[in-house]
Design a protein around this ligand. Sequence first.
Ligand code: NAD
Length: 481
Amino acid sequence: MAQILINGEQVQAKSGEEMPVVNPATEEEFDAVPKGGADEVDAAVSAAKEAFKEWSKKDPDDRAQLMRAGIAKIQENGKEIAQLLVREQGKPFSEAMGELHHFLHGMNYYADLASKIEGTYATLPSALGRAYGMVVKKPIGVCAAIVPYNFPLTLMGTKVGPALAAGNTIVVKPAETTPLATLRVAELMQEAELPPGVLNVVTGPGKEVGEALATHPDVRRVALTGSTQTGRRIMELAAPLFKRVSAELGGSDPVIVFPDADVDAAVRGINIGRFFNAGQACLAAKRVYVFDEVYEEFMEGITKRVTRYELGDGMEKAEKPKIRMGPLNAAKHRDLLADQLQDAVDGGAKVAVGGNGHNGKGYFFEPTVIENAPHGSRVVREETFGPLLPVFKVSDVDEAIRLANDSPYGLGSSVYTHNVKWIHRASQEIEAGMTWVNQLHFGYDELPFGGVKESGIGREHGKEAIEHYLEQKSVVVGGLE
Ligand code: NAD
């Protein structure tokens, strides 16, 4: 059984309780982790606080070198980690390797930035005499990373990378269902000589471990990726102590396919954008608005593509030309998606392809495309976190943008057009943290990533992210006469 990692040591939970880890493709309980709680959070935070004293003072190049040693060790063990990810998360092995690669790329990016954190200075003409002022950037202290189940490694990396590079220490709380790859990666970083206490991992329920981190007085910053509901709760809990919080939350990303679009490119992009990771992505293409002129061509293309998926265990490859799609991560996610689909169908939506669960073992859901869902139905109002794509017909740009914005969420968005006027209008007027043009969520570690409205606050990725892990201090030096 994997153990909690505190201060470089593997420990059990004081409670002695365990949480099973289930393979969502087979429903088999294949491992377990300790059910941590407030005691383990206390121990991990105090280890991180102690480690901060040295880590924050290290030469940034040394910090980067220690991060890179960990990255190399993880790379050497990549296959084993990807297999763990498949078994606990359900994604196909090739997607798990892709996630690992993305995680390592992000960690390397932040290791490179460690030595490039710069303050600023200014000479100040002052009535009090000559002086110069500096803005000094300092690490914050102990940070907490609360991570969801859909991309356990990449979404840990987007927090651990900038936190460690900036000189902070961290306690990671993985999702209940996906703790194993996270623990293994942290162990390997430890073996590669990361000082004890710099990176700690506490497994356990969100309500206990997550809330204990959000309220702990020594945790200065909380980085959450998760649902909007959890984001709200963490912000409430962190507010009394004015902790810094970033919350990367749910999304219901719209895509507009304009009349001049390369429809084939739109079909390819939306197919991957919606069905990758069995649709369990915050920035998946969750609503598609297609102009009348190209609607039929789009529907023909997307339904043909979607019938190519074959559901099955992510450890096995699909027979070509089929493409493997894994299960949803838990039964409750499959059941919620079925309820959202039923609500749309009750409101008059037509299922163009798919629409069924799966009779055998595993939390599978058929890739599904629907038309004519009412805009007030749950597939529009709520986030759909699985392989379900509602397509809507639109006739003009105003209507397309109005419907794209008719959502409580504002994470990503995409448009397929070569018309510069429409590109400008869409990128200015769609309420979202990101707009992609003629492609779908091409992951850029170098560009800030995050949402508006109920998709959260703060930004990950890019140089901007590291600023969220730094305090600014103004220092004025006088007495120069
Ligand atoms: P979730 O909110 O249920 O859980 C996320 C994490 O928060 C888990 O580690 C969980 O244990 C913890 N948690 C749950 N309740 C908590 C509480 N009361 N206090 C503290 N921590 C708590 O989300 P999920 O179901 O694991 O993940 C799916 C959600 O994550 C979707 O809404 C998805 O859109 C979102 N997401 C957002 C992004 C983004 O970058 N915006 C990326 C990926 C996933």
